[in-house]
Ligand binder design. Structure first.
Ligand code: PLP
Length: 220
């Protein structure tokens, strides 16, 4: 099942679009299966869960952090992850920078945009992105590589489009500024129900869980 799902998605994705297999709640065995099927990047939401999988699987795949990162988990996270997609504050960036400097690592990061401006969600509001990027691009142990957004959850994926468009506009605007130490390369948008719309709106990284692994069972 997993194998066919991955193959179908990989066949369908345009060449420039990277697939992140969103693996929250999945076992290391399931993750191994997606790697065997051709997945190159695994996304994890929880540091603890990622550690367990990382101990089994190691560096045969790239690990992206896609959840909300608490400051007290940063020390562990920077050892495992190849990219943190969810930087949304100066304090978090500062902590990542500090912990990476201790292990001589430069962490690629994406800035998470709260494109729906939802109070209960994480991410920086669109109007605050530029300021945040200017402030944290001075940190020498992080490298800003693009933007990520979730957007509000809709039953109808077409409703996500305006949030993807807004995020893409910010992406283009920042890219055009050619800020020092900022490389606007990745635009991470779209999940199982919205990735096709996201790709139409120029996402080049999509994070897909359910369509690969099946429905999640949080009680596992
Ligand atoms: C769970 C998750 C996904 C994948 O969601 P699906 O609907 O299962 O594809 C993508 N991005 C983030 C940040 C997630 O937490």
């Amino acid at each position: 099942m997993i194998k066919e799902n991955v193959k179908k998605i990989l066949d369908e994705l345009p060449e420039n679009v990277e697939l992140v297999a969103a693996a929250k709640t999945r076992t290391p065995e399931e993750i191994k299966e997606v790697i065997k099927a051709g997945v190159k990047i695994v996304g994890e939401n929880y540091v603890q869960e990622a550690r367990r999988a990382f101990e089994v699987i190691g560096k045969e795949v790239k690990w992206h952090f896609i959840g909300h990162l608490q400051k007290n988990k940063v020390k562990r996270a920077v050892k495992i992850f190849d990219m943190i997609e969810t930087v949304d504050s100066h304090d978090l960036a500062q902590e990542i920078n500090k912990r990476c400097s201790h292990i001589s690592k430069i962490m690629p990061v994406l800035i998470e945009i709260n494109s729906g401006k939802e109070k209960q969600k994480f991410g920086v509001f669109p109007e605050d992105v530029m300021n945040l990027i200017k402030k944290i691009s001075t940190f020498s142990n992080i490298k800003i590589m693009g933007l990520m957004t979730m957007g509000p959850r809709f039953g109808n994926p077409e409703d996500s489009r305006s949030y993807f468009i807004e995020t893409r506009k910010i992406f283009k605007k920042i890219k055009a500024l050619n800020l020092p130490r900022v490389e606007m390369k990745y635009l991470s948008m779209g999940m199982t129900n919205s990735y096709q719309i996201a790709i139409e709106e120029k996402a080049n990284m999509v994070r897909i869980g359910t369509l690969i692994f099946g429905e999640r069972n949080y009680k596992n």
